[in-house]
Structure formats: C-alpha cells, structure tokens
Design a protein around this ligand. Structure first.
Ligand code: SF4
Ligand SMILES: [Zn+2]
Length: 136
C-alpha cells in the first residue's frame, strides 16, 4: 500500500475516521481523493450510539477505492474500529463482512433490504416469508 502524502487517517471524535488534512503535495492524486465517505457523516461509519452501520456498508460497496481502503485499515498502525472497505472492524479485527437479518440470517444487501423513511431497515426475504405463512 502506498502511503498517501496529502491525506491520512486520524482518530476523530467518534473513532478512526477518514480525514483529509493539510500537507504534502496538494496536486498529487491519492486514492483517498476518490473515497465516497469524505463528504458523508463520519458517525455513520462508527455510530457513537451503536446504531446500524448498514448505510455505510452500502456506500462502501459502491466506493471505487474500497480495496485500497481495506488494505489501509488492515495495515493501520493503530487498531481500527467501525466500517472500513465495506467490512466491520473492532479493535483492528474484522468482525463482519456483511449484515444479516436477526431472524433467518438473510444477507441484508441493497436488494434484500427495505429502508423506511426514518432510516430503519428490514429484511425483504423475511417479509415475503411472513406473507406466505399468513396466506397459507
Ligand atoms: S470503502 Fe468505505 S470507508 Fe473506505 S474510503 Fe470508500 S466509502 Fe470510505
Ligand atoms: Zn431475513
């Protein structure tokens, strides 16, 4: 992994979050320049209240520098927490690579997840099963 010269990971209020900082050659293009999370709320990647990281995980899946980010997190000199490169870390260790529903452990990807206006999400597969059971 090539270390970025005009960007670095730092420990933010909510934990390690991506922050672009001054320094280095501002004209040099680094992979962090393409990170989708730089303009998002960093709390979504490590919610201080333990809220779901589903939306952060889905953003990472669309991120063009996901593999570089994951490698960076794995090589980090400090143990990372929260979502990096589309997986969940706790104390530097990958604890989950996807989010699953509580009932039948269906993978909650974008296709199988219903997102309510209040941001809560639910499993479409479980919903279909409930409908089938109700109709039987
Ligand atoms: S993969 Fe996720 S955490 Fe990493 S740079 Fe992209 S959006 Fe940010
Ligand atoms: Zn389910």
């Amino acid at each position: 992994m090539t270390a970025a010269r005009n960007a670095q990971w730092s420990v933010g209020a909510a934990g390690p979050v991506l922050r672009l900082v001054a320094g280095g050659d501002p004209h040099e293009v680094v992979w962090q320049d393409f990170a989708l999370c730089t303009e998002a709320d960093p709390d979504a990647w490590l919610p201080p209240d333990g809220a779901s990281v589903w939306s952060a995980m889905m953003t990472c899946r669309r991120c063009p520098v996901r593999s570089q980010c994951l490698e960076f997190a794995q090589d980090s000199p400090f143990p990372v927490w929260g979502v990096w490169g589309g997986v969940i870390f706790a104390d530097g260790v990958v604890t989950a690579t996807e989010i699953r529903c509580h009932k039948d452990l269906h993978v909650l990807d974008e296709e199988n997840t219903h997102v309510a206006p209040d941001g809560s999400h639910s499993c479409r597969a479980c919903k279909r099963e409930r409908r089938r059971e109700a109709a039987a």
